[in-house]
Design a protein around this ligand. Structure first.
Ligand SMILES: Nc1ncnc2c1ncn2[C@@H]1O[C@H](COP(=O)(O)OP(=O)(O)OP(=O)(O)O)[C@@H](O)[C@H]1O
Length: 388
């Protein structure tokens, strides 16, 4: 790893899912047409994403359901194979290593150890037939085989205590169903931390918890992030959670829409100075961010022209948000914007032509609802689809 290498470097990432269902695999398209089975189209879950995760970094991925957060997160920790672009861990291409195409002196197993994941349902990662102690001993036996039983036990009890699970001796003997949701999530966090990872992906890890418990678990995550110098990628559909996590840690929020990152910046930049029209929609939909203005804001209509989210199998051409964007102009339909640096923030970027003073956007006509005929990436229009 050279001094410039990030911990994880994502470049031009693309993850498309082909349909692999048995029915589609077994029925040839000519027969499918005759008997009325249509081949499922490709889902464009993630497109054109470049993102670096540095040492001690905190990134909160936020966006509507289905926008690709989990797919991006899983790709970042080597659990989802990209269909395009690359994912590097400390300067080494993860998938080249997995396929034996690299002479790097690190194995795929070691990379997977360094990149851990915590799921929304912590119970899924824990064996219900084993005690907490036995569950937590599994990663230690594998990755720290030099430890004897007593050393393992002490390390686990110590972690239980540090994460507020007390008395640890009592909890160590309990089964998973004898823990509350918050306690299960703490145990899942310990399980991930015990292997001393560089990055932990926490996928909606606090969403299922009561609001009263949520802050405590988020605080614990941030405390552990600092103590262990671990980088965290938090996935959340809730901008308020993202703000809390990125705000307290000095991290970044990345806003996703239909498979792309449309804006990235500090919590302050995203909450108080959003540049992308879609970020403004998310901001509007999260009145808790600004309780004083909440009532007034909720009386206003949402800052979008259309509520419906386009289909990820055939996203709109140009800027994917143009079909809903109140600021959309003809140029947005024709050309796809890149992530442009904003004037104010060093790391604040937005995927919107409005950021460029001299772009064709400013000279092109506005898209109005009446005039609109959204063109999708494959060149079809809504009318084409209705006709077919
Ligand atoms: N294994 C898969 N096969 C086919 N399509 C998939 C697969 N995994 C995800 N998708 C599709 O990819 C898109 C992105 O899904 P993803 O789970 O990454 O979104 P998300 O933002 O995490 O959603 P949520 O917040 O609901 O979990 C969705 O349209 C989803 O249906």
């Amino acid at each position: 790893m050279s001094a410039d290498d990030s911990l994880v470097s994502i470049s031009d990432l693309e993850v498309h899912f082909e349909d692999t269902s048995m029915m589609n695999a077994m029925v040839p398209s000519w027969l499918g047409d005759r008997i009325g089975i249509e081949a499922e189209p490709t889902v464009r879950a993630v497109d054109d994403i470049s993102l670096d995760i540095d040492e001690n970094d905190v990134i909160a991925l936020v966006g509507e359901s289905g926008c690709g957060k989990t797919t991006l997160g899983k790709a970042a920790v080597g659990l989802q194979r990209p269909t395009g672009g690359s994912i590097e861990y400390r300067g080494n291409d993860i998938w080249d290593i997995r396929e034996g195409k690299s002479d790097a002196d690190i194995t795929f197993e070691e990379i997977r150890r360094s990149l851990q994941i915590i799921h929304q349902d912590p119970g899924a990662a824990l064996n219900p037939y084993r005690s907490v102690l036995d569950n937590l001993a599994v990663p230690l036996k594998r990755w720290s085989p030099h430890l004897n039983y007593e050393e393992r036990r002490n390390r686990i009890l110590n972690m239980l205590k540090r994460t507020g699970i007390s008395p640890p001796e009592d909890y160590a003997e309990r089964y998973v169903h004898q823990l509350s949701g918050g306690e299960q999530q703490r145990v899942a966090l310990i399980r991930a931390l015990l292997v001393e990872p560089d990055v932990i992906l926490a996928d909606e890890a606090v969403s299922a918890l009561d609001v009263s418990l949520r802050i405590g678990v988020m605080d614990l995550f941030l405390e552990m992030q600092e103590v262990f110098d671990t980088s965290f990628v938090f996935i959340s559909h809730d901008l308020a959670n993202a703000r809390y996590l990125a705000g307290k840690s000095g991290g970044r929020i990345a806003v996703m829409y239909l498979g792309e990152i449309v804006e990235i910046g500090t919590a302050d930049e995203i909450i108080h100075d959003p540049q992308h029209p879609y970020t403004k929609v998310l901001r509007w939909a999260t009145p808790i961010l600004d309780p004083e203005q909440a009532e007034e804001a909720m009386r206003e209509s949402p800052p979008v022209r259309k509520i419906d989210i386009p289909d990820a199998t055939n996203p709109p051409s140009g800027c994917r948000f143009h079909t809903r964007c109140p600021e959309a102009r003809e140029a947005c339909r024709q050309e796809a914007p890149e992530l442009y640096e904003t004037e104010e923030g060093e790391h604040h970027r937005t995927k919107c032509f409005r950021e460029l003073e001299d772009h064709e956007y400013w000279r092109s006509p506005e898209i109005t609802d009446d005039a609109e005929e959204a063109t999708t990436a494959d060149g079809t229009t809504a009318t084409d689809e209705a006709r077919s």
